[in-house]
Design a protein around this ligand. Structure first.
Ligand SMILES: [Zn+2]
Length: 317
């Protein structure tokens, strides 16, 4: 045991792989192990238990935490998962606890990730909002020092806050949701629109001359290299992000926003653009200074690390 305390095994249930990492109260210990996600739900438990057995050969695992994309209720049942259709009404906590005999915590991955980001040793934050930018937008909140799950465990579905009445149609079948304007895939849409209008030749070139191939990553990479057209697209996208962050700040008053998800891998280019747009959005608010904007400390490990930390809390210190 790295720090003399108990260890949990934190899981990330992804669309392609199931990954696990040992977690101490101070954070991750060691590296990921993973298996390909099985195609059938009856094999899911075997895959999860297999990773636990492997970890238990090297570590004394005292609890299990599972971070899962999708809607996870307070009893540890995965109601729906966007990438894994078979995880519908899947009683994750009950099954894993019965198979391992250990205390098990199951949370939405962004909810768990918020707990990890608030619990970085030496940088504890009592009021934090984690916002993940990828295909959609996810969120997780730590409020007054506690992980916030809501009445049913469904809090943090912030990608579906309406920011444009009657706006772009969303996967949730409503219009004008924040993630249609501010997610990573929205940046790709905005870039393709700019290319189609002849406003972004450098972006088109970066995508091999194929408009349909233009993605947000092309724009972020060019912006990092100082391309002015790409910088303009990133700034426009950041204004959409700031619009939602400003609403979250009014609602929750966090001291820190953590930016996570695939888009945040663009690093300082992305963070600085969001910070500039956000500071501009809050410039007239005298009572509250703008929250700090940070990049995720744990990156793609945040959900599993946070789930592991929640599981350690089940041990009662
Ligand atoms: Zn929506």
């Amino acid at each position: 045991m790295a720090d003399g305390g108990p260890l949990a095994l934190g899981y990330d249930i992804g669309g392609t792989n199931i990954r696990a990492i040992p977690v101490a109260s101070t954070g991750p210990v060691g590296e990921w192990t993973h298996v390909r996600r099985p195609d059938r739900p009856e094999l899911m438990l075997d895959a999860i238990v297999g990773l636990w057995r492997r970890a238990a050969e090297q570590h004394d695992i005292a609890a299990i935490g599972v971070g899962c994309a999708g809607v996870v209720d307070c009893s540890g049942v995965v109601r729906t998962s966007p990438n894994i259709a078979m995880l519908s009404h899947y009683p994750m906590r009950e099954l894993v606890a019965a198979a391992t005999g250990l205390p098990v915590a199951v949370d939405n991955d962004a909810t768990a990730a918020a707990w990890a980001e608030a619990s970085v040793p030496g940088r504890w934050v009592d009021n934090l909002a984690l916002v993940t930018f990828g295909t959609g937008i996810g969120g997780g909140f730590v409020l007054d020092g506690r992980l916030y799950r809501g009445a049913s465990g469904f809090a943090g579905e912030i990608g579906h806050m309406t920011v444009v009445a009657g706006g772009i149609l969303c996967v949730c079948r409503r219009r004008g949701c924040w993630e249609r304007y501010a997610s990573g895939s929205a940046l790709g849409h905005q870039a393709r629109d700019a290319v189609a209008a002849g406003r972004a030749p450098t972006v088109l070139a970066a995508a091999g001359g194929e408009t349909r191939a233009v993605q947000g990553e092309h724009v972020l990479r060019l912006a990092a290299a100082g391309d002015p057209v790409a910088e303009g697209l990133v700034a426009e996208h950041a204004r959409w992000i700031a619009l939602g962050l400003d609403s979250l700040a009014n609602l929750l008053d966090p001291s820190v926003f953590v930016l996570g998800g695939g888009v945040s891998e663009a690093g300082e280019t992305f963070r600085a653009a969001v910070e500039a747009a956000y500071h501009h959005a809050v410039v007239d608010r005298e009572a509250r200074g703008p929250a700090e904007i940070r990049l995720s400390q744990y990156g793609d490990r945040a959900g599993a690390v946070g789930a592991g930390l929640v599981a350690l809390d089940l041990l009662g210190g």
